[in-house]
Design a protein around this ligand. Sequence first.
Ligand code: PLP
Length: 413
Amino acid sequence: MVNSVAAPQARGKFAEDNIFGANNRANALAKEIGIDRVINGTVGSILDEDGNLVMLDVVRDAFHALTDNEIISYAPIQGYPEYLDAVIDQCFGESRPDGFLRACATSGGSGALHHVIHNYSEIGDEILTSDWHWGAYGSMCLDNGRKLREFALLDSEGSFNFADFKAHVTAMMAKQLNTVIIMNSPANNPTGFALSIEEWRQVIDFLKNAVTGTEKNVILVPDVAYLDYSGEKQECRKFFKEFSGLPANFLVIVAYTLSKGFTMYGQRMGAMIAVTADEDVADEFVAINQYSNRATWSNSNSSAMKAMVRICSDPQKVAALDRERAAYFQLIKERADLFMAEADACGLKYLPYLSGFFITIPMTGSQAVCDLLEKEHIFLVPLGKGIRLAVCSVSKKKIKGLAAKIKKAVDAA
Ligand code: PLP
């Protein structure tokens, strides 16, 4: 029996660590036998072809130009106004939805997700997301006394499973006042799947009809953490336009982050952005989420906001940022294309990948396969229903031949 002084609701919690655990083992082995002999496909950050963590040049320059005041000042609780404008601008690009748009600074995309769960669902409620999702969603729900509910993301053809989505939403709306839906698209973690514009339209139309004339509310949360590496800048943002003209009881809150798009992972800077046709709902959004900032981490990171603003207030810097991102998007695409071509050649199945940091190989018994691969110095992340490979962080040289090695381990396990 382990002694505990934690309050009953906190007992037994621990940070689920199969990603950082595998990463630590990979790094320890690389130290011992050399980095060239280890494949570490666990890291959810962009590494270059030499295995170095990438910091975008334009972002480095912006940080180095910061004044002392910009670095150390307390920022306003909601975030600097110029940061909030820049966030809305950068997120939506040319596809700004019509309606009231409001932003609130948060601690990364995680902070945005936390506040949505905390402020838009009740204790005991279910929160809906797809079966293929980022593991932290579940912890965020449990830590807040909510429960994550899953719909099947894909149908048997590998397309968006609208029928299952609809069935889950209908069941939840029948029993809860608010239905919060987290939709991680484009570049879904862990699959690389994205809803097409038509599929987004289908989702929005259904939700609009479902809430109209009822006392119920729907809060749709597009988690766009990987947006900036999901295709041509304006093309991959077009779905945002679909959020125009919603009924007052249908609120969209975009979970936005600087972690990937600005390579500021550890700076912990993001934003939640509301899209609503109702001004009261917009004002309430600012009030309650600013309150939650104050009540949790208080002010956000001044340096990160100011560095972002330095870039976004200068069209030349934005153009440089776009060029750098486009080059890394291309690099990740080449790695993914190589992996998928080799997987096709050796008969290894993977989930429909369109863009993003990860590819998933579906299977049962993923832990046993990962254990076998680790013996070959290959470190991947075992998930409940598959294995996740981070194409953002494995060089083309190391991707070459990887699919066949995974296939061999799958057959042997
Ligand atoms: N959403 C998804 C799907 C992610 O994978 C991540 C990070 O890995 C985030 C959101 C948020 O990350 P952060 O809190 O670092 O901005």
